[in-house]
Design a protein around this ligand. Structure first.
Ligand code: GLP
Length: 245
């Protein structure tokens, strides 16, 4: 656990960690595979990465990304889509090659979903697995959209969203009735396979679930608690996020 005075300082640290990995692997002639998250938690990390690109020439041409999740159904053009989120907050501002970015397709027909999710997993493995996975945490204890009940071995799949999650998303959707009921998410098992995990939690609204994740039992009631079993997982917290530890 790393506690910082605020999210900005912690995010700088995470961005530096990502940047040095990208540079190190590039020097070895290797690509870097990043697992990316949406929501408010990673926003400052993306700002820092953009800054490193613009001011220090950090290049993303040898970076491949896989996003954790997407609402279902969701058109990629919708203002609510994670495709749009990633473009606006990161991809449009760096030199990443569009074909190297992957986000679960929220408009895949339902009958193709099973096969599609299997292929998403395979693609991650084909490029050597995720080097660093960025994660936020939901108040339900979810990582990605792995809600309570998700097992440690779960893979990329269609899930039903928790009410807490839908109500947290309701303001940006203009009412809970407009929040999709389902989502496609990488599984807990997919996340645990990443070589390194950086989880971020800012603010007092997360303090309770942060305590459950770090100090509570490993249980599918708090899917984030499975991260206790990962050998290279760091929790980046601000002062208020860590106040119940
Ligand atoms: C969303 C995302 C999660 C994210 C969580 C927390 O539901 N699918 O990946 O971790 O919300 O969001 P925030 O970072 O805005 O608190």
């Amino acid at each position: 656990t790393h506690t910082f005075s605020d999210a900005a300082e912690a995010s700088k640290h995470i961005a530096e960690r990502i940047a040095s990995l990208i540079r190190e692997r590039e020097n070895q002639g290797k690509k870097t595979v990043l697992g990316l998250a949406t929501g408010s938690s990673p926003l400052k990390v993306y700002d820092e990465l953009i800054k490193l690109h613009q001011e220090e020439g950090l290049s993303f041409r040898n970076v491949i990304t896989f996003n954790l999740d997407e609402y279902y159904p969701m058109s990629p053009d919708s203002i609510h889509s994670y495709v749009r989120f990633m473009k606006e907050n990161l991809f449009d501002h760096i030199d990443i090659l569009p074909h190297n970015t992957h986000i679960p397709k929220g408009d895949i027909p339902q009958e193709e979903l099973y096969e599609y999710c299997k292929q998403y997993e395979e693609k991650i493995q084909e490029v050597g697995g995720i080097d660093i996975q960025l994660l936020g945490i939901g108040r339900s204890g979810h990582i990605g959209f792995n809600e309570p009940g998700s097992t440690a071995h779960s893979k990329t799949r269609l899930v039903t969203l928790d009410n807490v999650t839908r109500s947290d998303a309701s303001s940006s959707f203009n009412g809970i009735e407009n929040v999709p009921r389902r989502a496609i998410t990488m599984g807990v098992g997919t996340i645990l396979k990443a070589k390194q995990v950086c989880l971020m939690a800012w603010g007092y609204t997360k303090a309770h679930i942060v305590k459950a994740m770090i100090e509570g039992p490993v249980t599918d009631k708090v899917p984030a608690s499975f991260l206790q079993q990962h050998e290279d997982c760091s929790a980046f917290l601000d002062t208020s996020g860590s106040q119940q530890l």
